[in-house]
Design a protein around this ligand. Structure first.
Ligand code: DX5
Ligand code: ZN
Length: 221
């Protein structure tokens, strides 16, 4: 299994986005881009124009986390902008399958995110068709929230199910992840750590990313 670090640019200084990305790139496996539409979650954040700008300055895969009410209307724009994967919420469309088919047609990796109140079971019918299960460890909407430790059993449940079914799916965690909470997520069975504040909120984002990546690399052995 590969253990991956996904810095989330949500907590980066957007006036210096290229510099911020360059600072963490040596330790990043992909970049996590938090797209919020003001409906699915209250804030509005990043859209395809920023993905397009990022595409020009980095070769890292760009994971678009779509916290939007109608992902099927948005996903094509993110593919055209250079997004490599789309992660949308199981709580969002009436049926995730048409979105899944569209994401595949666009040649992107597909992921489903599940909110804290959504049980793991909800994702089971789609597991054979996705590449990533993103277990939200905060309620979506903002960087800098406290990690919800109640999500650890859900991560363990997902890992047990995915391993038993011999599925090749990344389990990523998103929200409140730092060295301490990230370690607990890895112990529970996650293999991808997403982190915004624990990287870009630090005075030295390079060192912060390196520390998280080191912890991940140790799991590979
Ligand atoms: C929350 C976003 C997260 C967020 C994480 O809605 O999906 O990706 O950027 O921020 P931190 O790591 O600060 O909790
Ligand atoms: Zn996210």
């Amino acid at each position: 299994m590969r253990f991956k670090l996904a810095p989330s640019v949500l907590a980066a200084d957007f006036a210096y986005l290229a510099d911020q990305v360059a600072a963490v790139a040596p330790h990043a496996d992909h970049l996590h881009v938090d797209v919020m539409d003001g409906h699915f979650v209250p804030p509005i954040t990043i859209g395809p124009v920023v993905v397009k700008a990022l595409r020009k300055i980095t070769d890292l895969p760009l994971e678009c986390h779509l916290m939007v009410t109608e992902p099927e209307r948005q996903v094509e724009q993110f593919a055209e902008a250079g997004g490599d994967s789309a992660v949308w919420h199981i709580e969002s469309p009436p049926d995730p399958r048409p979105v899944l088919q569209l994401v595949r047609k666009l040649g992107m990796r597909a992921g489903l995110a599940i909110n804290p109140e959504t049980p793991f079971e909800t994702a089971i019918p789609y597991l054979e068709e996705i590449d990533v299960l993103n277990v939200m460890t905060v309620n979506p909407g903002w960087a800098g929230q406290a990690f919800l430790a109640d999500m650890l059993p859900k991560i363990a449940e997902a890992r047990a199910h995915i391993d038993k079914a011999a599925l090749d799916i990344d389990i990523s965690v998103d929200g409140g992840v730092n060295v301490e909470t990230g370690r607990r997520c890895l112990d529970a069975g996650a293999n991808v750590l997403g982190a915004a504040t624990a990287i870009f909120g630090k005075p030295d984002p390079t060192a912060a990313a390196a520390e998280l990546k080191q912890m991940l690399s140790e799991r590979e052995r």
